[in-house]
Design a binder for this molecule. Structure first.
Ligand SMILES: Nc1ncnc2c1ncn2[C@@H]1O[C@H](COP(=O)(O)OP(=O)(O)OP(=O)(O)O)[C@@H](O)[C@H]1O
Length: 232
């Protein structure tokens, strides 16, 4: 249970590992439930590894980590799907099933996350598609949609279970600037309605345009614009 005063994410002196290699050390930060936070840093600096640690794809071996009420050091393998239900995860490559419709893509995730009631599933499917501006796309196949529309479906999919936070790894990376801007604005709207966002990006235009908090991976450390000067 996430209480209103509790941050959605808290890392304290955490270490991010890939195998036995420490990628980031002494990582400490909180993300509150209404925050929008950029995650930046050069290629290979550890952004994806940090996100993977947050959704328990990489184990937290050192330090403290808690996300949406789950202790990342103590979490058991069988609990990981329940953690992921409370997170919305969005990647750069769309990862939709190409052989089934948009609706079937969403139903697949709903079934996998415990939804059973067909009429509730349909209502939620329609709701999330409306939410991302794709009300008419349910019966379309992914290849009938543009890249930006496919990414909207992925965001709709991430919203299905009312996540407390969206973790996005370069969600606009493969899109042309105008489309990317639309996707970014969608993340902002979702954030304004009470979902925290942590977005890894290389897009400097976004950083210049939107003065959100920044976390930066640099030389094995994580800098926080809340507490230090950050050069983007
Ligand atoms: N599966 C893996 N096994 C071992 N090392 C890995 C693995 N994935 C990434 N690494 C290493 O971890 C370090 C951080 O990589 P990571 O992908 O987290 O960086 P990133 O900041 O997300 O980069 P990019 O901006 O290119 O996505 C790099 O040195 C990379 O080579």
């Amino acid at each position: 249970m996430v209480f209103s005063s509790e941050p959605v994410v808290r890392l304290d002196k955490a270490c991010v590992f890939q195998g036995i290699t420490a990628i980031l050390q002494d990582v400490s930060f909180d993300i509150d439930k209404d925050e929008f936070v950029f995650l930046i840093g050069r290629t290979g600096s550890g952004k994806s590894s940090l996100l993977k640690t947050l959704y328990a794809d990489l184990p937290l071996k050192m330090g403290y980590g808690k996300i949406v009420g789950y202790d990342l050091q103590k979490i058991k393998t069988k609990e990981v799907p329940f953690l992921r239900r409370k997170l919305g995860i969005v990647f750069q490559d769309f990862q939709l099933f190409t052989d089934r419709t948009v609706a079937e893509n969403l139903y697949f995730v709903m079934r996998a996350t415990g939804w059973k009631d067909k009429s509730k599933m349909k209502t939620r499917m329609v709701e999330v598609l409306m939410r991302v501006g794709l009300g008419g796309a349910a019966t379309k196949m992914p290849h009938q949609l543009s890249g930006g529309e496919q990414q909207r479906v992925v965001i709709a999919r991430a919203l299905l279970n009312h996540p407390s936070i969206l973790l996005a790894d370069e969600p606009t990376g493969n899109l042309d600037p105008e489309v990317a801007d639309g996707i970014f604005k969608l993340f902002q709207e979702i954030n304004k309605q009470g979902t925290a966002v942590l977005m890894a990006t290389h897009n400097h235009d976004l950083l210049n345009k939107y003065p959100y908090r920044i976390l930066k991976c640099e030389k094995g450390k994580l800098l926080d614009s809340k507490t230090s000067e950050i050069v983007t």
